[in-house]
Ligand binder design. Structure first.
Ligand code: ATP
Ligand code: MG
Length: 455
C-alpha cells in the first residue's frame, strides 16, 4: 500500500512538472512571437519614418538652395508621396508596437508633430503657388526644417524606447529560462530522493519479508520433522502391537484350540468304544465339532500370519512375499505373479516387515481401486540397492506433476512412502488413468541390512 502511494506521488510529480514545463515553454513561445517579433517590426517602421524624414531634409535643402533647379511648387508630388509613406509607417508602427505609457505618449507627440509639419508644408506650397517663392523659402528655413527635425528626434526616441523594451523582453525570457532550469534541477532532486526512499523502503520491506519467510520455513521444517517422527512412532507401535497380537493368537489360542481338538478326538474314540452309542450319533457330532475347531485353528493361524507373518522371521522376505502373494491371489481373484532374485537373508526381519507391508498395502489398493486382471510383484537386488516393484494393469489414477507424489495421497500411499523413507529409500508412483499403476521402491541394501556385516 505504501509503495503504491509512493509510486503515485512520484507519478503525480512527473505529471505536474510536465504540465508546468509545457506551460512555461508555450508562454515563452507566445511571448517571443507577440512581443519580440512585433517590437522588431515596429522598429523597422520607425526606421522607415526616419528614412522619410531624412528624404524630407534633403528635399528641403534642395528647395532652399541658392540656385534651386525647380520652383518650389514642383516639389509637391514628392511631398505627397513621402506623406503617404510616413502615414503608412505611423499606422503600422502603432499596430505592431507594444505600448507602454512612455511610448504611447511619444507616439501621440509624433502624430501631432507630423500634422504640424504637413500643415506648415501646405502653407509653404500655397505661398509658392501664389508666386511668393521668397516667402515660401523663408518659411521653410524658419519653420518647416525645425518641425522636420522634431519628427526625426521623436522617431529616434521611440526607437530607443523600443530597444529598451526589446532588452527587457530578452531579460525576462532569460529569467524564465533560469527559473525553469532551477525548477528542473529541484524536481530531479526531489524525484531522486523519492526514488531513493522508495528503493530503500522496498529493500527493507523485502528483507523483513524474507526474514519472516526464513523463520516460517524453519518452523515448518521442525514441525514436519516432528510430524515425521510421530508418524514413524505410530507405525512402530502398530507393528509392535500386531506382532504381539499375532504371537498371542498363534501361541495361546492355537494351543487352546489344539488342546480342544485333541480332547475332542479322544472323546470321539471313547464314544466309539461304548455300546450304548453304536448308532454313532454322538460320534458324528463330536467329529463335526472337531472339524470346526480345526477350521478355527486354521483361521486363527492364517490371521496370525496376516498380522505378522512368522514366515518372515523364519525364512526371510522372499519366502514371506511369495506366500503372501499366493494367498492374496487366491482371496482377491487377481492373477499376481511374483518374481524375486534375492540372496539369502538379504534383509533383517525388522526392516523386511516394512517392505512386506508396502506390498500388502499396494496389493490391497490393487484389489480395492485398480479393477485389474493381472499384477506382478518383483524383487531385485541391483547395485547395492533393493528394487521392489508392484505393477498392475488396472484403471490407474492421475498422479501430480512430480512423479513421486500422487494427487490424492491417502493414508495408504503416505504410509508406504513413510516406510520407504525410514529405510533411507524412496518410493515412486507411476500411473495415469487407463494405464495401470506401478509402485517402485528403492532401498539401499548395505546401510540397513545385516548381510554386509555377515559377509
Ligand atoms: N493400484 C491402484 N490403481 C488405481 N488407483 C489407485 C491404486 N493405488 C492407489 N490408487 C488411488 O490412489 C488413492 C490413494 O490411495 P491410498 O492407498 O493412499 O488411499 P486409500 O486406498 O483410498 O485409503 P487407505 O488409507 O485405506 O489406504 C486411492 O483412493 C485410489 O484412488
Ligand atoms: Mg489404500
Amino acid at each position: 500500500m505504501r509503495l503504491l502511494v509512493g509510486l503515485c506521488v512520484v507519478l503525480s510529480i512527473f505529471i505536474v512538472f510536465a504540465v508546468y514545463t509545457i506551460h512555461e515553454i508555450r508562454w515563452l513561445e507566445d511571448y517571443q512571437v507577440n512581443v519580440v517579433q512585433k517590437n522588431r517590426k515596429a522598429s523597422l517602421e520607425l526606421l522607415r519614418l526616419q528614412n522619410d524624414a531624412y528624404l524630407l531634409a534633403i528635399s528641403l535643402r534642395d528647395m532652399t538652395a541658392a540656385r534651386a533647379r525647380y520652383p518650389i511648387h514642383e516639389w509637391r508630388p514628392e511631398f505627397v508621396r513621402i506623406r503617404r509613406d510616413m502615414d503608412d509607417a505611423v499606422r503600422l508602427e502603432g499596430d505592431f508596437a507594444v505600448s507602454t505609457p512612455a511610448s504611447s505618449d511619444k507616439r501621440s507627440q509624433l502624430r501631432r508633430a507630423l500634422q504640424d509639419f504637413w500643415r506648415s508644408a501646405d502653407s509653404v506650397f500655397t505661398l509658392a503657388q501664389r508666386d511668393n517663392e521668397a516667402k515660401a523659402r523663408a518659411l521653410i528655413q524658419t519653420e518647416l526644417e525645425g518641425k522636420r527635425a522634431v519628427i526625426s528626434e521623436i522617431a529616434a526616441r521611440l526607437l530607443v524606447l523600443n530597444d529598451q523594451a526589446q532588452a527587457e523582453a530578452t531579460e525576462r525570457i532569460s529569467a524564465v529560462y533560469g527559473t525553469v532550469k532551477r525548477d528542473v534541477v529541484v524536481v530531479i532532486g526531489v524525484l531522486f530522493l523519492l526514488a531513493l526512499g522508495t528503493g530503500l523502503y522496498t529493500l527493507e520491506a523485502n528483507r523483513k519479508t524474507f526474514a519472516r519467510l526464513q523463520h516460517l520455513t524453519k518452523q515448518l521444517q521442525s514441525q514436519s520433522e516432528a510430524l515425521q517422527k510421530l508418524s514413524w512412532k505410530l507405525i512402530d507401535v502398530q507393528e509392535e502391537t500386531l506382532r504381539r497380537v499375532a504371537r498371542d493368537l498363534h501361541d495361546e489360542f492355537g494351543q487352546i484350540l489344539t488342546a480342544i481338538g485333541a480332547m475332542l478326538g479322544r472323546a470321539g474314540k471313547k464314544a466309539l468304544d461304548e455300546d450304548s452309542n453304536r448308532d454313532g450319533a454322538l460320534v458324528q457330532e463330536l467329529q463335526a465339532v472337531q472339524k470346526i475347531v480345526q477350521e478355527t485353528l486354521q483361521t486363527v493361524r492364517d490371521q496370525s500370519q496376516m498380522f505378522r507373518p512368522a514366515i518372515l522371521d523364519d525364512f526371510g522376505l522372499e519366502q514371506a512375499l511369495e506366500w503372501f502373494v499366493k494367498q492374496f491371489s487366491r482371496q482377491a481373484g487377481i492373477n499376481v505373479r511374483f518374481e524375486a532374485e534375492l540372496r539369502d537373508g538379504a534383509f533383517p526381519p525388522e526392516d523386511a516387515i516394512h517392505l512386506y507391508r508396502i506390498v500388502q498395502e499396494a496389493l490391497a489398493n490393487v484389489a480395492r481401486h485398480a479393477k485389474a486382471q493381472d499384477a506382478r510383484v518383483t524383487l531385485k537386488e541391483q547395485d547395492g540397492e533393493l528394487d521392489l516393484e508392484i505393477r498392475d494393469d488396472g484403471v490407474g489414477f492421475a498422479v501430480g506433476p512430480e512423479s513421486n507424489r500422487s494427487s490424492g495421497d491417502g493414508l495408504g500411499l503416505m504410509g508406504m512412502r513413510e516406510r520407504a523413507e525410514h529405510l533411507n529409500g524412496s518410493l515412486a508412483i507411476e500411473s495415469a488413468p487407463g494405464k495401470g499403476t506401478t509402485i517402485s521402491v528403492r532401498v539401499p541394501l548395505r546401510k540397513k541390512m545385516g548381510i554386509a556385516n555377515r559377509e
